[in-house]
Design a protein around this ligand. Structure first.
Ligand code: SF4
Length: 321
């Protein structure tokens, strides 16, 4: 069953230089228990999608159009109080740079129990008990409950932040670059932990990353985001092995691939476009070696090309308007 449906989401930022169309017509569906990866270069709109779902946009951000259904309720129609009741309890987020998300002058256990008291109405004693359960879930010894963040290693801080995101038993957890600041070994442990928790707690998950290689073992589906739009979406193996969008091809080659043969990685030439004045037609055309006149003039739409595999590219002969 679908737990989250995002339809034609448009999220813009009004800044002095103009209107940044950070997310410009994004649609996807997340099923119960499913894990979806959102992948793309920095500034492509992935985090803005997460902040739109949780409605934690900064003051200059606005949702200019679309719908976000959680269990059939359009979140964009709820008032602030109703949204606050859903945030953390139904949908929680592990923020980018989570290692700095902990308050350095407050004990880690108190920071997590505060969330239980505030959102779940628990007593202090019950909240501490819950924190010990959460520590056990994320594999931190409960004797560390009264430690301060500086007494934790980087991996432990990340586990503590994950524990905080799980405190109210959410149905969806969004991890925004949850392993970026960690070394490769710890990164793998955190991804395994997230995967295990998703299954044990029967949650759905959205993992946001610029590194396609980390999604192989954690996600069922992957959506490739470029310049505020999804350009390809499909099952994770399909995206690794049968991708057809030239941008996905570049992303696959930019990181080591657990499904493919061992090859040297290659950087993606050029820069993502300025989203105040994005290129006409296909937004990837200035960087695409296959671009034609049609690509410069006509925007390709996301089309189903088989199974649950969608792609937006004129290379596909059936992408006619
Ligand atoms: Fe390249 Fe054209 Fe496909 Fe865009 S639509 S990715 S420019 S071939």
């Amino acid at each position: 069953m679908d737990i989250l449906k995002v339809r034609d989401l448009k999220t813009y930022f009004k800044i002095k230089a103009g209107t940044v169309k950070a997310v410009d017509g994004v649609s996807f569906t997340l099923k119960e228990g499913e894990s979806l990866g959102l992948v793309g270069e920095s500034g492509c709109g992935k985090t803005t999608i997460a902040l739109s779902i949780t409605q934690l946009l900064p003051p200059e951000g606005l949702i200019a159009g679309g719908e976000i259904y959680f269990e059939g309720t359009n979140l964009l129609k709820l008032n602030e109080e109703e949204i606050r009741a859903k945030r953390w309890k139904d949908i929680s987020i592990i923020f980018q740079g989570a290692m700095n998300a902990l308050n350095p002058v407050m004990r880690v256990g108190d920071q997590i129990s505060e969330a239980c008291v505030y959102h779940e109405g628990m007593s202090y004693d019950s909240a501490r008990k819950r924190v010990k359960e959460l520590f056990s879930l994320v594999e931190i010894d409960e004797s560390r409950i009264d430690d301060y963040p500086h007494e934790f290693s980087g991996g432990m801080k990340q586990r503590a932040v994950i524990a905080m995101a799980l405190a109210c038993g959410p149905k969806i957890v969004i991890g925004d670059e949850p392993t970026t600041a960690l070394d490769v070994m710890i990164q793998a442990q955190i991804l395994q932990l997230l995967n295990r928790l998703r299954k044990e707690m029967d949650m759905s998950m959205i993992i946001i990353t610029h590194d396609l290689s980390i999604l192989g073992e954690t996600c069922d589906k992957v959506a490739v985001v470029y310049a505020g739009k999804i350009v390809e979406i499909g099952e994770v193996e399909t995206i690794y092995e049968e991708h057809t969008h030239p941008y996905t091809e570049k992303l696959v080659k930019a990181f080591p691939n657990i499904f493919g043969k061992r090859e040297m990685t290659a950087s993606i030439p050029g820069m993502p476009p300025n989203l105040i004045n994005p290129p006409a037609g296909c937004r990837f055309h200035p960087r695409c070696e296959h671009a034609t006149e049609k690509c410069r003039l006509v925007e390709p739409k996301l089309k189903l090309i088989g199974g649950e595999h969608y792609v937006a590219c004129h290379l596909r002969g059936d992408n006619d308007e």
